[in-house]
Design a protein around this ligand. Structure first.
Ligand code: PMV
Length: 331
């Protein structure tokens, strides 16, 4: 659907949460379309949000992008413009856009800022361009900006099917946010920009001799995780989530060039969490493409987990996020 060019401004604002993957996406079958080699399951993170306003404006000569009130660097601008090109071709327009995006959490520190960024951008830009996309189509669109962004469109606990191509690689909610009172206690150990971003990492995943085994076993881990979420079985979730994180990091460490995201404090926490669990505190770790450690626990265990982390020292910030809702338009 398109709109006439004589209308002056076409604007929309969307808000979206990052997500933490319990079963990870690492490696693409088709890098351009971001068709993953395996499915993944995640939880949206309530309280952490990206708010993005997109305005298509006939007076603009080129797209412009502000991130947290600062003009974005060239590579971010290029990535957003390429995404807006998809919107323009779907809507049959050529207008340039002004994009303003704001995070209330540290950008590029392994808190999946690209997931919140591209899910908010997909919803805001498609709406501003007059497209009325259903949820599966929005997840497919967000996927083309950043794979994990597909999982930040639906509500709560979300599965992204790998599919075989553009049409069947989409995400959907397996349980709403209110289904389980899990909390992600995030130990932020370094809030700086990470060295090698996930886009580059997906490209080298297949150079690890371990990737084939990780991908072959993914359907089994997905089944275990989906069932653990469905039945709110924390012990089952803990076992499969830690295994999946370790497998992804084993692939990262054995790729060419090797990607080593852990800092000494990350490993310290990785070794402590199962020890805390053995004393009766339900908690389990997972790490994305960065040194921060995400510790999932039932809400009742949150304070005890945070207190244990504080005792360890060396952590710059502790964030807490319950399961979050879907990406939404701000009216
Ligand atoms: O969506 P991307 O390209 O930022 O990749 C995300 C990769 C991980 O965060 C490491 C895993 C995941 O599934 O979120």
């Amino acid at each position: 659907m398109s709109f006439s060019l004589d209308e002056k401004l076409h604007t929309a604002t969307a808000i979206s949460h990052p997500n933490i993957a319990f079963i990870k996406y690492w490696g693409n079958r088709d890098a351009a379309l971001r068709i993953p080699v395996n499915g993944s399951i995640s939880m949206n993170l309530d309280g952490l949000e990206t708010t993005t306003r997109v305005t298509f404006d006939p007076d603009l000569q080129s797209d412009s992008l502000m991130l947290n009130s600062v003009p974005a660097d060239e590579s971010a601008c290029r990535r957003v413009s390429a995404f807006l090109d998809l919107i323009r071709s779907m809507a049959g327009i050529s207008l340039r856009a002004d994009v303003e995006s704001r995070n209330n959490f540290p950008t590029g520190a392994g808190i999946a800022s690209s997931a919140a960024a591209f899910s908010a951008l997909a919803l805001a830009s498609s709406t501003a361009a007059g497209l009325k996309l259903d949820e599966p189509s929005l997840t497919r669109l967000a996927r083309k900006g950043s794979g994990s962004a597909s999982r930040s469109i639906p509500d709560g606990f979300v599965e992204w099917l790998p599919g075989t191509g553009d049409e069947d690689s989409y995400a959907f909610s397996i349980a709403p946010a209110g289904h389980w009172d899990l909390v992600d206690v995030i130990a932020v150990v370094a809030a700086g920009e990470k060295k090698v971003g996930s886009t580059e990492g997906h490209g080298t995943a297949s150079t690890s001799p371990l990737q084939t085994a990780r991908v072959a076993d993914a359907p089994r881990r997905l089944d275990l995780c989906r069932e653990a979420v469905r039945t709110r079985d924390f012990d089952a979730l803990a076992a499969v989530m830690e295994l999946d994180s370790d497998m992804m990091h084993a692939v990262m460490m054995t790729s060419r060039p090797p990607l080593f995201y852990w800092e000494p404090i990350s490993l310290r926490i990785i070794k402590e969490v199962p020890r805390w669990r053995s004393t009766g505190l339900p908690c389990a770790y997972t790490l994305d493409a960065g040194p921060n450690v995400h510790i999932l626990c039932p809400a009742a265990a949150t304070d005890a987990v945070a207190a244990h982390l504080e005792d360890l020292g060396g952590i710059s910030q502790i964030l807490r996020a319950a399961a979050g809702g879907p990406a939404q338009l701000v009216l």
